[in-house]
Ligand binder design. Structure first.
Ligand SMILES: [Ca+2]
Ligand SMILES: [Ca+2]
Length: 488
């Protein structure tokens, strides 16, 4: 298995050892440390630079009146300062995504502007142009590869604390078991002088993509990792970190190095539900059904990780009801099904609760319901709920099979309660042979574990991410580790 490296000197300055904050995008065309250190202009004007603020040695991106997003693995504590456009904002709360490397911070005062989130479907970023911004290292010494010792890339260079931008194009979506779906970006030779790779310190920086549908630059990724470290030996001896457009003869832990090497950013579109739920202070989303006289029971629909599974019959209309509960009272402009087959018929808003009635929701699919332009008077955003619809899957494992039949049989004759209501599949308030018959009639149905369509996106499922060492090696130490082919 190949490995990737985190882009932050891990644990930040928590241990002040020989920590050197690191900073900025590596460019194919130049090693000039002054290149691309002011906002891009021309066709790249307004491509995201204006939303970036400084958070410790890293970047954060303003995403709402009171919130910014950055990488989780760079750490930080509530009370830390985020500096945006020369003004210091004190962080008052932090919201880590348990299913990805995203971390959202709340501040007390309001930002004057914020970035739009990528509005296309997850996966549609592939082949789109991007601007990447970070505070990683300068470009370092050349790395020569192959038997003819040709230029293959450059070592990570001197950390300089400077914010820099570059450009690139999304190669594919990579689905990581620990960090979720990531935008993979290859470092191609000769593509453009501004073709960019990342290095230590670029973590928390950002990828903006020109959405060809909206014609807007939209926040699409948060910098996370790169391929590496590299070695000229399969044993991994004398490993070094570098931005490589040609990895001929190089290895990474677990196998041959990907060629060219890539950087990876957490895909915003795949984690939109989490981001929106934090910004709008969503308390919960549930699928709610009345079970005859037994009462009303809710299936929780988590905003991150695998979507919840609705296992109950939708009746003659295949109807379901989603209930959103927010911390604050809200207004909502609309409700629409943004993925899956079916329709949102109507919605009601009462104080902090929004109820949406759906129909025509066929079994065996993942649906996404979007509340449009939810506002609590301070922040506003769309809010999503995602639900897997698989009537009969009482144990919620994505399959309707003998395990569900047994589970339903085991409850037959019992009263419907909060712990067995999933087995009342026909929602009549009784657990009996009708439920067993219903589950049997659905046996053999299943639903994909993930909602993202990744089949045609060149996913390499063998990669995995490994944290960077706890202390960033300093320059003198690193040079000792250089392989023989690296020119000093
Ligand atoms: Ca099951
Ligand atoms: Ca029943």
């Amino acid at each position: 298995m190949r490995r990737k490296r985190f882009l932050a000197p891990a644990l930040l300055a928590a241990f002040s050892l020989s920590f050197t904050p690191a900073r900025s995008v590596i460019l194919y065309g130049t090693a000039d440390p002054a290149a691309n250190t002011t906002a891009p202009t021309g066709i790249l004007a307004g491509s995201g630079w204006q939303y970036e603020g400084q958070f410790s040695a890293f970047l954060g991106t303003v995403i709402a009146s009171n919130y910014f997003v950055t990488a989780k693995h760079i750490g930080g504590s509530v009370g830390d300062i985020f500096t945006f456009d020369g003004i210091n904002y004190t962080t008052t709360a932090v919201f880590p995504d348990p299913s990805s490397d995203l971390q959202i911070w709340r501040v007390a005062a309001s930002f004057p502007l914020h970035a739009p989130l990528f509005s296309g479907p997850a996966g549609s970023e592939v082949n789109l142009a991007l601007v990447v911004i970070g505070r990683g290292t300068q470009r370092g010494n050349p790395v020569l590869v192959g038997t003819d010792s040709h230029l293959g890339g450059w070592l990570w260079g001197t950390p300089d604390a400077v914010q820099r931008w570059g450009i690139n194009v999304v190669g594919s979506i990579y689905s990581d078991p620990s960090y979720g779906n990531l935008v993979r970006v290859p470092f191609d030779a000769g593509a453009d002088a501004n073709e960019a790779h990342l290095s230590s310190g670029d973590s928390g920086g950002v990828v903006f993509i020109l959405n060809t549908t909206t014609n807007n630059w939209e926040l699409a990724g948060i910098n996370l990792a790169v391929d590496g470290p590299f070695s000229t030996s399969s044993s991994g001896a004398n490993a070094f970190n570098a931005a490589m457009f040609d990895t001929t003869g190089l290895w990474v832990p677990g196998g041959h190095a990907p060629n060219p090497s890539n950087f990876y950013a957490t895909e915003i579109a795949a984690h939109r539900g989490f981001v929106e739920s934090v910004v709008m202070q969503l308390v919960s989303v549930v699928s709610q059904k009345s079970h005859g006289n037994a009462g009303t029971f809710n299936i929780n629909l988590p905003v991150t990780g695998l979507p919840g599974i609705e296992c109950r019959s939708g009746g003659a209309t295949n109807g379901y009801t989603l209930v959103f509960t927010f911390t604050n009272n809200v207004s909502v402009q609309g409700a629409t099904l943004t993925a899956g087959t079916g329709s949102a018929n109507n919605f009601t808003v009462v104080a902090n609760q929004v109820t949406v009635n759906l129909s025509g929701i066929e079994s065996g699919q993942t649906i996404e319901l979007t509340l449009i332009n939810v506002s609590d008077g301070v922040n506003s955003s769309d809010v999503q709920a995602t639900m897997r619809v698989l009537p009969g899957d009482t144990n919620g494992d994505g399959f309707v099979d003998s395990a569900d039949i047994s589970q339903t049989k085991s409850q037959s004759g019992q009263a419907v309660t909060g712990s067995n209501f999933r087995e009342d599949t026909n929602v009549d308030g009784f657990l009996d042979s009708a439920d067993i018959g219903f589950v049997k009639s659905k046996s053999g149905m299943s639903i994909p574990a993930t909602q993202t369509q990744i089949d045609n996106l060149n996913v390499d499922s063998n990669l995995h991410i490994e944290p960077l060492a706890t202390v960033q090696p300093d320059r003198s130490r690193r040079s000792r580790f250089l392989p023989p082919r690296v020119r000093q």
